[in-house]
Design a protein around this ligand. Structure first.
Ligand code: SF4
Length: 438
């Protein structure tokens, strides 16, 4: 069998795409290898959201070029958002590249490209971009009990910092019957948890005829999986956290008590310049409605610090929002100027030093909040899906996630990945819990 070395950067959508790439290429006779030296094909699934990830890709390409000199039959390709954004310019810069393919449905064209018809990585028409899972090979999933299920591609919001609409294109939703068929297949295979994926997952269905709301899809999935599967979804846009969706999260048993709701900033001035299309107050109202419906819901968010023009006062408003919402976890990033995006041209870029200081301050505050919250959970009983076996670094014998998406470590011997258990929270830390089986 031919060997494929697959390297993935970036978001969960890219991880899901990589599983699809592995599935498509398995049908072409490729098996995965960890060793680049023995690979017949090296594919890097790239991300364009932050500059750092791009620099890593370029440095990896240099390493792989040296391997290709030793083994000229080796093929090297780039997939994903960087390939989509830069297109054939990459070929000029790295002439030894054999293959370029954008994200999403471009994956299914990789075999024909390998056979010698290089499709240009331009955005195909939206119709062509609908995921083709039912008629395509199954993704080669990394886990035997947790699965990504892509339900939409692209994004119609045009946040001024974000490159996604230019690389993944406009929003397209996958037909519900197609999604339900994939979920049913996963259920039959014994999967215990699915995560519905989309750039703005809760905007699902706007382009479908007849229109299907995201909450309708959740209801249909819940009716199919009952209590046999946990259902998560990410990422949500605050504008699409509608009353019907909140009701679905509150009433459907399969839907986990966790919502990832990116806020990005706490200052109205910055939110407007980001073109997030909500104010701080509107965001807080949605959070309030969600918490009234599901009082113990876990909330996580994304933050950007050092967006162009962010003053110290603006940043203080972000800190005050963290104190007000008291998230369970956050993902904070320093603003990174991205080609094609309006914010990259804003003249008032924030210095690297200020960004570094602000990110440390935000993360420290969040650590304090999470520590207090997690200590407050000691003694509660939570359902946990065991995901991994022993972790010597954590001195644990097993690790899982609660329905609230919190990482939890155990020190008992008998827990097996894939098991669902009821655990007592024994200790709480900023980034994880420790649990016991009563
Ligand atoms: S909602 Fe904004 S940040 Fe999210 S993918 Fe769309 S443009 Fe990017």
């Amino acid at each position: 069998m031919a060997k494929l070395k697959l390297i993935t950067f970036g978001c969960q959508a890219n991880e899901a795409d990589s599983e699809k790439i592995a599935g498509v290429l398995a049908q072409e006779g490729f098996e995965l290898t960890e060793m680049a030296e023995e690979a017949d094909l090296i594919l890097i699934n790239t991300c364009s959201i932050r500059e750092k990830a791009e620099q890593k890709v370029y440095s990896l390409l240099g390493t792989f070029q040296r391997l290709k000199v030793q083994n000229p039959r080796m093929k090297i390709g780039l997939c994903g958002c960087l390939a989509q954004r830069e297109g054939t310019r990459l070929k000029d810069r790295f002439p030894y590249l054999d293959l370029l393919a954008g994200p999403g449905a471009m994956i299914y064209r990789i075999p024909e490209m390998l056979r010698g018809s290089p499709a240009p990585p331009v955005l195909p028409r939206p119709k062509e971009l609908l995921p083709l899972y039912i008629h395509s090979p199954r993704p080669r999933r990394e886990s035997l009990f947790k699965a990504w299920v892509s339900i939409m591609e692209g994004c119609n919001y045009l946040c001024t910092f974000c490159v996604v609409p230019y690389t993944r294109g406009p929003e397209r939703s996958r037909p519900p019957e197609d999604i339900l068929a994939e979920v049913e297949d996963l259920l039959k295979q014994g999967y215990r948890e699915i995560t519905l994926l989309g750039q703005t997952v809760n905007a699902y269905g706007k382009n479908l005829k007849p229109r299907t709301r995201f909450s309708d899809l959740l209801r249909a999935i819940d009716a199919l999986v009952g209590r046999e599967m946990r259902v998560r979804f990410t990422s949500s846009h605050p504008r699409d956290l509608t009353p019907d969706l909140i009701e679905a999260v509150a009433t459907l048993k399969s839907i986990c008590e966790h919502v990832h709701l990116p806020v990005q900033a706490g200052s109205d001035r910055v939110l407007a310049r980001m073109r997030r299309l909500y104010t701080r107050q509107q965001y807080l109202e949605r959070v309030g409605a969600l918490r009234r419906a599901v009082p113990d819901i876990a909330l996580s968010t994304d933050l950007i610090v050092g967006f162009p023009g962010e003053s110290e006062e603006d940043f203080q408003e972000t800190l005050s929002l963290l104190r007000q919402v008291r998230y369970d976890s956050i993902f904070a990033f320093k603003y990174s100027a991205r080609p094609l995006t309006p914010a990259a041209t804003y003249p008032d870029q924030v210095s690297g030093e200020a960004k570094t200081e602000r990110i440390h301050t935000a993360l420290q505050l969040q650590d304090d909040i999470a520590l207090e919250k997690n200590r407050g959970r000691v003694g509660t009983i939570e359902e946990v899906l065991i995901e991994e076996g022993p972790n010597p670094k954590m001195q644990s014998t097993a690790t899982g996630r609660t329905r609230r998406n919190q990482l939890i470590h155990f020190s008992q011997e008998s827990l097996v990945p894939g098991d669902t258990v009821s655990a007592v929270i024994a200790e709480g830390y900023s980034h994880y819990l420790k649990g016991k089986i009563p």
